[in-house]
Write a new protein. Structure first.
Length: 167
């Protein structure tokens, strides 16, 4: 009986997950990023983004960072008015971020915000402009050894343009 109940619960959960809107795509800004959005109804979504720095040259950094936020779509019940094909939405959310780099900042962990506006075409494509500020604690490395510092670099580099395929 327990096995049948477990199978039934998993089947309902997988159908509910499959019925929710999702999107996958790329973000371009100070970094090259890949994002996945998973909707929870019409007003909420989970956004997972992974970034790699694209700066090349003297002082460039290589590494990987990630941001996970829970977002509210059209918060305060204030949708963007639009009468043509497609839909405009704005969103905001909070979450966490972390990453590691090879350079002066060895890694960081912190809190993240997410603010943006998106245009959903009448076919399965979405364009967006996002701002993901990150603030936290970083592990710093340099000529004087390793230390801990306050990471504020993510406050200025979080603006991206996104293109996503909705499925």
């Amino acid at each position: 009986m327990k096995k049948i109940l477990l199978i039934a619960v998993l089947a309902v959960a997988s159908l509910a997950a499959y019925a929710q809107p999702r999107a996958i795509g790329a973000n371009l800004g100070g970094s090259l990023g890949f994002s996945y959005q998973h909707g929870f109804g019409e007003k909420n979504m989970l956004d997972v983004a992974v970034y790699t720095p694209i700066a090349v040259g003297q002082g460039s950094v290589w590494g990987l960072s990630g941001i996970v936020t829970y977002d509210w779509i059209d918060p305060f019940n204030a949708p963007v008015p639009w009468n043509n094909k497609g839909e405009w939405h704005w969103y905001m959310g909070v979450g966490g971020a972390g990453g590691f780099f090879f350079g002066s900042t060895l890694g960081y962990v912190g809190a993240a915000g997410h603010f943006g506006i998106e245009y959903d075409f009448w076919f399965p494509l979405q364009l967006s402009i996002d701002y993901r500020p990150v603030i936290g604690v970083g592990l710093l490395g340099g000529e004087n050894g390793v230390g801990v510092g306050f990471n504020t670099g993510g406050l200025y580099e979080g603006l991206t343009i996104g293109v996503r395929y909705k499925f």
